[in-house]
Design a protein around this ligand. Structure first.
Ligand code: ASP
Length: 432
């Protein structure tokens, strides 16, 4: 029997076709009103946005049910605290490693030196106010959980759900019954994920075609120095640092890991949003890699919110680049400040498109770089955002595996089975 093509392969093909078609439209049809209005601004925009909405639609219910199951599955508040602390420390560690790598490579290569990038006096970039750091911590506790759910405030949702699930554990029989219900709801929500995944090839195709017909690769040329340093650092981090941690701390084969996490990376790349990718990351980490729900249900949404390795890399390279362009010398103290600020900024950066740039303003303010310099890198940021988001979720998945391995909560049969959790085609129910 012929093997059915997996959804990931289909999405990969759709992504390639979208990229080629988008770039072609950008080169040959950017002046055509019909193409711009009806195809790019019409079909691609509408279908692509519908698809992103469908993904976001899954996030809150999935995280809620899955996290309730997770906490009830752990069943022990002490272990919950340990898992939480380990995940938090590892997330901070990977981000600090990422930014240090970015600063080192950027200082060595020196993008923006030698005046090849013209300083534009007024780039028109006005920094939106980054939230004060104190607010980031205060806002972890929701004053109104319904508001938190309605606005998809991930840290607040996680806080409330964990508290609620702990109370369920304390409520004996009543709590047990509720936990059974949450388990069933979680199972059904996972099925909703597979339904949405079935439309992913079309959605991803439209997203890619729209982005590349608007962006065009020609934008990169004047910024090639900055762009390539960011990409090189992202690749070293994703395939070097993270895989090294995976081997040394979780004793897992990185090649199998990379294969299994591919679908989530593709989604992160095409949506540029770690938050919207949560359902797919969760599916990959639990069903494909075999991390137990009790760990993944917490570490994945937590990571999507507070762990931004790729974003930190962009911020590190951007700081060195803008300092070079403006001829400003940064000292050791300032570099250390940049490391600290980027780690903190990554906690405050929600996993949505483009927000890393807003947090960069906070870093610039702190070390005294001109904030309007951000306008220089704005043009290439969308493409970098796509790649760094894929790196962000790879970090989330890596840390999930390390924490799970430490707790002996990875099913190695699932990990070693190449077909585990592969979504092929959804069979819709029919009445006979
Ligand atoms: N788009 C990134 C994410 O969702 C955040 C950023 O770097 O702007 O992970």
């Amino acid at each position: 029997m012929k093997k059915k093509m997996s959804i990931t392969t289909k999405i990969l093909i759709a992504m390639g076709i979208g990229l080629i078609l988008g770039s072609t439209l950008n080169s040959f049809a950017s002046g055509s009103d019909f193409v711009q209005t009806y195809i790019v601004g019409g079909i691609f925009h509408v279908v692509g946005s519908m698809f992103i909405n469908a993904l976001k639609m899954l996030v809150v219910p999935l995280v809620t049910f899955s996290l309730i199951c997770g906490v009830c599955g752990i069943g022990d508040v002490g272990m919950l605290g340990r898992v939480g602390l380990k995940a938090f420390l590892l997330y901070m560690l990977t981000t600090a490693m990422a930014i240090t790598l970015a600063l080192t490579v950027a200082i060595m290569i020196g993008p923006g030196k030698g005046g090849e990038t013209p300083i534009i006096e007024n780039t028109g970039f006005v920094a939106k106010d980054a939230p004060p750091l104190t607010d980031i911590f205060i806002n972890i506790v929701p004053s109104n959980p319904i508001n938190a759910f309605a606005n998809g405030e991930m840290l607040q949702i996680i806080f409330f759900v964990i508290l609620f699930a702990i109370a369920m554990l304390m409520s004996g029989e009543t709590g047990k019954k509720l936990a059974g219900g949450a388990e069933r709801l979680n199972e059904v929500m996972m099925k909703v994920v597979t339904l949405v995944m079935d439309f992913a090839p079309i959605g991803v195709f439209c997203l890619m075609a729209k982005t590349f017909s608007e962006q065009g690769l020609s934008l990169i040329l004047p910024m090639i120095g900055y762009f390539s340093v960011v990409i090189v650092c992202l690749l070293i981090h994703a395939f070097g640092t993270l895989n090294l941690l995976l081997v040394t701390m979780a004793k897992l084969n990185p090649l199998i890991f990379l294969k299994k996490i591919r679908s989530a990376q593709i989604f992160a790349f095409s949506t540029a949003s770690s938050n919207a990718t949560i359902p797919i990351t969760l599916q990959a980490v639990e069903k494909r890699i075999g991390v137990h729900n009790s760990i993944a249900s917490f570490t994945v949404p937590f990571g999507a919110t507070i762990n931004m390795d790729g974003t930190a890399i962009m911020q590190g390279v951007a700081t060195v680049f803008i300092a070079n362009v403006y001829g400003i010398d940064l000292g050791l103290n300032q570099y250390l400040t940049i490391i600290g600020m980027s780690v903190l900024a990554s906690i405050g950066t929600a996993g949505v498109p483009g927000v890393g740039l807003i947090m960069l303003a906070m870093v610039f303010n702190q070390v005294g770089l001109p904030v309007e310099g951000i306008g220089l890198i704005l043009g290439v940021d969308r493409l970098l955002d796509m790649v760094r988001t894929a790196v962000n979720i790879s970090g989330d998945a890596t840390v999930s595996c390390i924490v799970a391995a430490g707790e002996n909560e990875i099913d190695m049969d699932v990990f070693n089975n190449p077909d585990a959790g592969v979504i092929t085609e959804v069979e819709l129910p029919h009445k006979n």
